[in-house]
Ligand binder design. Structure first.
Ligand code: F6R
Length: 366
């Protein structure tokens, strides 16, 4: 049932070329620049005129929501707020009939997320679900939605569900962008062609596994770890930190790289591994200066870089390459090595990666 892999988590990490492909299947048409989302098409008019989208979720799904915020604001130019479902539901949120509230949930059963959309629905908002488990509670409460089609996820640490959520949100961003006339047909055709190729690029990112395993050996005794990124690399850093802490029990935190100097820099010494998302994109130069700040304080730097990178390689202690891609798709590639790194560190520490202590696959209590 684990398909020859030692753990479900590893199997699910390796399934991502397929699960991302399944999420896009029948929904993108690169040649004609079309995105079809059958589950929400009845609400096209509403999406065309919406002023604000609120995303509610927990954990990894909340991280996917943050990636969605970047994409929807960048391409569709609609203002997006991303909220922890648990906070949203208890603070008398301002919601009107004009709002669209999107719940993201792998299981479709998370109690706080269900309560958040139940509240928003009572206040008249339109509710979309982005869920993996077909027929679960959240899709039933929602007015409409997009299934992620990642297939069953057994490992408690979410991997393929995350990349499928990000894929669905990417499709949604392009769909809304097109509806609102925010994107040129030629740009959309180009982006959809690139997106269509992402499953192949994920496959290439997975090929770094042996090197990642070697790197993991050096960090099995670490007590703390910092993950830093900018732009859409920031939610990737948060998700990388969550993966490491939940399965290896190493304390890890994700931060926007620029925030380092406002506090976390005090923690840096030769015992502190710092993992950077340092790919070639609009924040490349700035991330390099953040890496130099860590090196100046003797921190140990592991950098996720674009294939062929030279500058970061010259200053980082360890690098892991991912294929080059448009910045829009960076999270789908950059998370792969972080999933693998956490997995190997946890296995080497003797942890039960598929069923970490104190965690449940679906959190149906608040
Ligand atoms: C982390 C993880 C959790 C879930 C969270 C939300 O690996 O699995 O943080 O992401 O409990 O669960 P869903 O997506 O089912 O609502």
């Amino acid at each position: 049932e684990k398909g020859g892999y030692d753990h479900f988590m590893l199997k699910e990490i390796y399934e991502q070329p397929r699960s991302v492909r399944d999420c896009m299947r029948g929904r993108i048409y690169p040649d004609s620049g079309e995105v079809q989302l059958g589950g929400i098409k009845e609400y096209a008019e509403k999406l065309k005129n919406v002023d604000r989208i609120i995303i509610v979720a927990c954990g990894t799904s909340w991280h996917a929501g943050l990636v969605g915020e970047y994409l929807i604001e960048e391409y569709a130019r609609v203002s997006v707020e991303v909220e922890y479902a648990s906070e949203f539901r208890y603070r008398n949120p301002i919601i009107t009939e004009k709002d669209i509230v999107i719940a993201i949930s792998q299981s479709g059963e998370t109690a706080d997320t269900m309560a958040a959309i139940t509240l928003a629905k009572e206040k008249g908002a339109t509710i979309f679900g982005i869920c993996n488990v077909v027929g679960s509670s959240i899709p039933r409460i929602s007015h409409a939605g997009v299934y992620t089609h990642a297939g069953p996820e057994i490992g408690v640490a979410s991997t393929k569900a995350f990349t499928a959520q990000v894929t669905a949100l990417t499709l949604l961003a392009f769909y809304i962008a097109k509806l609102r006339g925010q994107i040129k047909r030629s740009d959309l055709t180009y982006l959809l062609t690139e997106l269509n190729n992402i499953p192949n690029e994920i496959q290439k990112a997975l090929a770094a596994n042996d090197g990642i395993k070697q790197i993991a050996h050096h960090f099995t005794g670490s007590r703390n770890c910092l993950f830093l990124g900018r732009g859409s690399g920031f939610p990737v850093a948060l998700e990388g930190a969550l993966k490491l802490k939940e399965i290896s029990y190493i304390h890890a935190e994700g931060y926007p790289a620029a925030e380092m100097k406002h506090g976390p820099i005090a923690l840096i010494d030769e015992e502190m591994p710092v993992i950077f998302i340092a790919t070639k994109n609009s924040s490349y130069e700035k991330v390099i200066s953040n890496i130099q700040e860590v090196k100046a304080r003797k921190g140990v730097v592991i950098a996720i870089v674009t294939k062929g990178d030279k500058h970061v390689k010259a200053i980082a202690d360890y690098v892991i390459e991912i294929p080059e891609s448009n910045e829009a798709f960076l999270p789908l590639l950059a998370i792969i090595p972080l999933q693998l790194l956490s997995y190997h560190i946890a296995v080497m520490r003797g942890c039960n990666v598929d069923q970490p202590r104190n965690l449940a696959k679906s959190v149906t209590v608040e």
